[in-house]
Design a protein around this ligand. Sequence first.
Ligand code: SF4
Ligand code: SF4
Length: 57
Amino acid sequence: MAYKITDDCIKCGACAEGCPVECISEGDDKFVINPDECIECGACADTCPVGAPVKDE
Ligand code: SF4
Ligand code: SF4
């Protein structure tokens, strides 16, 4: 399991800077999380101003 970023993302980049395993990168319409590297720490969800990162269940 991992976190994913919803379409609410406004591409501010804060989550990518704070991810401890650097598994967030900029995509075409939003930032995206590599689910194979995400350790589910939740830092991106805490940092995001619009609540876009959510647990992918
Ligand atoms: Fe990175 Fe943690 Fe967010 Fe996973 S939950 S993408 S490891 S900041
Ligand atoms: Fe998108 Fe939130 Fe990450 Fe900013 S912190 S790039 S709004 S997911």
